[in-house]
Design a protein around this ligand. Structure first.
Ligand code: NAD
Length: 465
């Protein structure tokens, strides 16, 4: 079936969409657990019935191999929706406060209430996961929602806009398509929560707009996620997992290993092991491989090409570029200084700078001198080094001896710290993000027999209650 045309939502419709969702939310239909489960089931079918169409759309947008879409997005997204479907009744159950004698008779309770109408702004790199997973959280929480996918994935965004009204209640869940003007108009509206996933540059715009409407915001951003490789590591496993983390989705992953810090004496061994793995992954070269994605847009292709050209490092492997099909070869650059072009911004592409350090202490100092990253990876078999790195650094998440898996690991919150983001989501954490924990008391009249001293007029006796 053909992918529908990408049509931006008329800007003038946006305030009406917000108002309609507000009215529908106030009507209360999102609240019953049965309704939430019905919509979650519909969301699962939206994906299941159309997996091939989504893969086709993502192949068109990102040159992404269908099997990579399965591995990186489809399985995890379906799992998240199913988890929300299975767990929503338990997540939404009111919670009694811990026993406290003074207040026990008032039955202090935390009600898990939907925040209201929420906005989910999505980047280009994992559009399926980053749209449907938080949407599942919003539905489970009992919210109405607008999702705004990226204009850089027009095939995906058009397909989503076509499918959402066919599967979900259109009074409650809407897709707004478009770029800056449409998002700007969205951000002029008040929201009961905004989840923004994207770059720090746009996050500043979103946060400034949200300040005007006092809309609460969760930011899921990126940054330069470092990899520290210790000489004690299992070299072949390290190389395979590291190269996978860097080449998946052609490096366009928020938690992709951005740069490597490795003791100088171990550098050549690591680089050679990574080159061997690249030759195994792409025996006829990445350009010919049907297991390798493309860069999303000509603009990002030009950005990466310029960073590579300006670099003072040495290309140890790769370096191939082709503007026609937005191809950038997996590339390893050695001899990279901390002030190199490749260290100036989040790379978000298949380029791996290698920085030689004296020891783990120097690696930790370099990490700590920069913004707290979204992810940090350490490869070592030495438990003292694991502890030294985890205790000595800060990051959104951290993985020992692997990459990327923290995003989908059940039960772990996913989020950044400081400049890499604020708040977290996935699974129960997405439900929590869109849920207001409303504190309630129900005070019986008889309790004034013991609490009457709070009412004036005050006497010495009454204030000793
Ligand atoms: P982006 O910030 O350019 O765009 C994100 C969204 O913001 C898009 O929907 C876009 O239409 C909108 N937008 C762009 N410019 C805007 C403006 N001026 N005003 C209002 N809205 C605007 O991000 P991107 O390039 O699509 O994605 C890459 C970035 O996202 C990377 O930094 C990456 O690390 C980050 N990311 C983070 C996570 C995470 O979960 N932490 C996941 C994926 C990507």
């Amino acid at each position: 079936m053909a992918v529908p045309d990408y049509v931006p939502t008329p800007v003038d419709d946006i305030p009406t969409i917000r108002a309609e969702l507000g009215a529908a939310f106030r009507a209360g239909t999102t609240k019953p657990i049965a309704n939430r489960r019905e919509q979650l089931l519909a969301l699962a079918y939206l994906l299941k019935d159309n997996i091939d169409r989504f893969k086709e759309a993502l192949a068109s947008d990102l040159g992404r191999p269908a099997l990579e879409t399965d591995v990186l997005e489809v399985g995890g997204t379906l799992h998240e929706i199913k988890d929300a479907y299975d767990s929503v009744a338990r997540w939404a159950r009111p919670q009694r406060a811990p026993f406290a004698l003074n207040y026990a008779a008032m039955r202090p309770t935390i009600r898990k209430e939907p925040k209201g109408v929420v906005l989910i702004i999505v980047p280009f790199n994992y559009p399926l996961l980053l749209t449907l997973e938080p949407l599942a959280g919003a539905i489970a929480a009992g919210c109405a929602a607008v999702v705004k996918p990226s204009e850089l994935t027009p095939a995906f965004s058009a397909l989503l806009a076509d499918l959402v009204p066919q599967y979900l209640d259109p009074a409650l869940y809407r897709v707004v398509n478009g770029a800056v003007p449409e998002t700007t108009k969205l951000l002029e509206q008040p929201w009961d929560h905004i989840l923004f996933t994207g770059s720090a540059r746009v996050a500043r715009i979103v946060l400034a707009a949200a300040a005007r409407t006092l809309s609460p915001v969760t930011t899921e951003l990126g940054g330069k996620s470092p990899v520290i490789v210790d000489a004690s590591c299992d070299l072949r496993t390290t190389a395979r997992r590291l190269v996978w983390g860097k080449t998946a989705n052609a490096g366009q992953t928020c938690v992709a290993p951005d740069y490597v810090l490795v003791p100088r004496a171990f550098q050549d061994k690591l680089v050679q092991a990574c080159i061997d793995v690249l030759k195994e992954f792409y025996p006829d070269g990445a350009a010919e491989s049907d297991s390798y994605s493309r860069i999303v847009s000509p603009g990002h292709h030009a950005r990466l090409s310029a960073l590579l050209e300006k670099s003072g490092g040495t290309t140890a492997y790769g370096g191939g570029k082709r503007a026609e099909d937005k191809f950038i070869e997996p590339t390893i650059v050695t001899g990279v200084g901390l002030d190199d072009s490749l260290m100036s911004e989040e790379l978000f592409g298949p380029v791996l700078p290698i920085i030689a350090v004296e020891d783990i202490n120097e690696a930790i100092q370099i990490v700590n001198a920069r913004d707290h990253p979204l992810a940090l990876y350490v490869f070592t078999q030495d438990s003292r080094v694991k502890k030294q790195v985890l205790d000595g650094t800060q990051s959104g998440g951290a993985v020992v001896n692997d990459c990327l898996l923290q995003v989908t690991a059940d039960g772990l919150p996913f989020g950044g710290i400081g400049p890499s983001g604020s708040g977290s989501h996935t699974g129960k954490y997405s439900f929590d993000m869109f849920t207001h924990t409303r504190s309630t008391l129900d005070n019986p009249s008889w309790l004034d027999l013991v609490m009457g001293g709070r009412f004036p007029p005050f006497t010495d006796k009454s204030t000793r209650m």
